[in-house]
Design a protein around this ligand. Structure first.
Ligand SMILES: Nc1ncnc2c1ncn2[C@@H]1O[C@H](COP(=O)(O)OP(=O)(O)OP(=O)(O)O)[C@@H](O)[C@H]1O
Length: 254
């Protein structure tokens, strides 16, 4: 069942009357099923961030439609959209986006407090996710007292507290060393195995993308191709690398 459906998304930045426009997305259609784990790759400027912003309701498309969990997000009012995003979507960012003045536990609690969950439910969820991602012993620490990998595991846990239908991750391994990157990608694998949440990540990192079940390549704002993982992660990484070289663009920006 599709949890996210994007159809014919077009995004044009700028003032059409002044003729200073950039077409960032050109007729992108994409469907993500429950429990799917997908990466989007493409050269710098190909439209990845624009697409993620539109899929998450942060920005509106010039034309086209996004449906998440059966709701057309373009038709949801501003106030309702904030609520919808908190209930249906989980976000993970490159720079973790934790609140510095709150502990790990408090960072995880915040989205549940905003949802007015009971203290019992909140504590239970924190314990459950902390155990799943191995952060039980740092729950009372502040972000500056823990490593980047631990901060990202906290951010992944926070993204999951309200049981979202889909997790959107923007370069989640961008600020991590290779060991912590592997760690976070394994956390995502755990999510896919243990819940029905789908995961969509945007990345330049072949290693991170190789953990996914499918990689969609975009070029000049349109879907260029997609490949599905069938065998080992190492073999999939080779396939991704080959596809990126066909895609063209500067290698150093992937
Ligand atoms: N707010 C904006 N106003 C005008 N043009 C924009 C805006 N945001 C992005 N663009 C343009 O739209 C195109 C797609 O940009 P986008 O940021 O989505 O690419 P990207 O694939 O995420 O790049 P990167 O990998 O470097 O983050 C680019 O040509 C960019 O210059």
């Amino acid at each position: 069942m599709a949890i996210l459906e994007a159809s014919h998304i077009v995004k044009i930045y700028g003032d059409i009357k002044e003729e200073r426009t950039t077409q960032a997305l050109n007729e992108i259609s994409l469907s993500i099923n429950k429990g799917e784990f997908i990466a989007i790759m493409g050269a710098s400027g190909s439209g990845k961030t624009t697409l993620l912003n539109i899929l998450s309701g942060l920005d509106k498309p010039t034309s086209g439609e996004v449906t998440i969990a059966g709701e057309k997000i373009n038709e949801i009012s501003r106030n309702q959209l904030a609520l919808f995003r908190r209930q249906q979507l989980g976000f993970v960012f490159q720079d973790f986006n934790l609140l510095d003045s709150l502990t790990v536990k408090e960072n995880m609690m915040l989205p549940m407090i905003l949802e007015k969950k009971t203290t019992e439910d909140i504590n239970q969820k924190v314990q459950e996710l902390a155990a799943l991602f191995g952060i039980e012993n740092i729950l009372d620490k502040y972000p500056y007292q823990i490593s980047g990998g631990q901060q990202q595991r906290t951010a992944v846990s926070r993204a999951l507290v309200n049981n979202p239908s889909i997790i959107l991750a923007d370069e989640p391994t961008g600020n991590l060393d290779s060991a912590s990157s592997a760690d976070i990608m394994e956390c995502f694998e755990t999510i896919v195995e243990n819940s029905s949440a789908a995961i969509l990540l945007v990345t330049h990192d072949i290693f991170a993308a190789s953990y996914c079940q499918k990689v969609v390549f975009i070029k000049d704002g349109a879907i260029h191709s997609s490949i599905v993982r069938e065998n080992s992660r190492e073999e999939f990484a080779q396939l991704i690398m080959a596809e990126l070289s066909v895609l063209g663009g500067r290698r150093d920006v992937f």
